[in-house]
Design a protein around this ligand. Structure first.
Ligand code: DX5
Ligand code: ZN
Length: 220
């Protein structure tokens, strides 16, 4: 699979979102990473569904929605997502993850399952039939600008090996949190294929977004 860049829109200039999205299009970004937070699963609140649907309506870049919420199933129908979009729920936020993932797939949307740093990779074992993507959090979710957790590299490598052992080398691993060029290069070597770019690689004051995206892609 081609390595993909997914821009973390919560790090963009949200007061000029249309301008930000056009800049991301010009930068050649592959996915728009939209972080949804409910203030309970994580101690923060970010993009709402009106914003997500507005962004969906202003660009052809596929969406990569990251649901940092409890009981995500209740929100699926509030977003106008389609066959090219990813909708990713957290294992820790849904005691019925299998049912929720099945519902996402039944709607023709690509389904992802995210694991917080402390959650073991074998949580994927009984759900691989419902997965189009595995999201490995490289920080504890909730905020941009954090530092990658110790052991992130080993966890990504273990996830790749585990999914392959289940006969699913086709499931790409997305990494999210402090994905700087150096961390991106390190994680690419151990199997990461989708990179969430935020404050440590793309949204950097006075740096051209297109140049940042191109130089990131060059190190993969
Ligand atoms: C954090 C979000 C990330 C975050 C990435 O919970 O899931 O997408 O915005 O931002 P950086 O790259 O600055 O860590
Ligand atoms: Zn995210």
């Amino acid at each position: 699979m081609k390595k993909l860049l997914s821009a973390s829109v919560m790090c963009a200039d949200l007061l000029n979102i249309e301008k930000s999205v056009k800049e991301l299009e010009r930068a050649g970004i592959d996915l728009l990473h939209l972080d949804v937070m409910d203030g309970s699963f994580v101690p923060n609140i970010t993009l709402g569904f009106d914003m997500i649907n507005a962004i969906k309506g202003m660009t052809d870049i596929p969406l990569d929605v990251h649901m940092m919420v409890n009981t995500p199933a209740q929100f699926i129908d509030m977003m106008n997502l389609g066959k090219d979009d990813y909708l990713c729920i957290h294992y820790e936020g849904d005691i019925h993850a299998q049912r929720t993932l099945a519902k996402i797939k039944d709607k023709g949307i690509k389904a992802g399952l995210a694991l917080n740093p402390q959650t073991p990779v074998n949580c994927y074992e009984h759900l691989v039939d419902y997965l189009d993507m595995a999201l490995i959090m490289t920080v504890s979710p909730g905020f941009a600008g954090q530092k990658i957790f110790a052991g992130a590299k080993e966890k990504v490598a273990k996830t790749r090996a585990f999914l392959d052992s289940l006969g699913r080398p086709d499931i790409p691993i997305e990494v999210d949190g402090n994905i700087s060029p150096a961390n991106g290069a390190m994680l690419s070597k151990v199997g990461a294929e989708i990179f969430v770019l935020g404050t440590s690689s793309l949204f950097i004051k006075d740096k051209d977004m297109k140049e940042s995206a191109e130089s990131f892609r060059a190190i993969l």
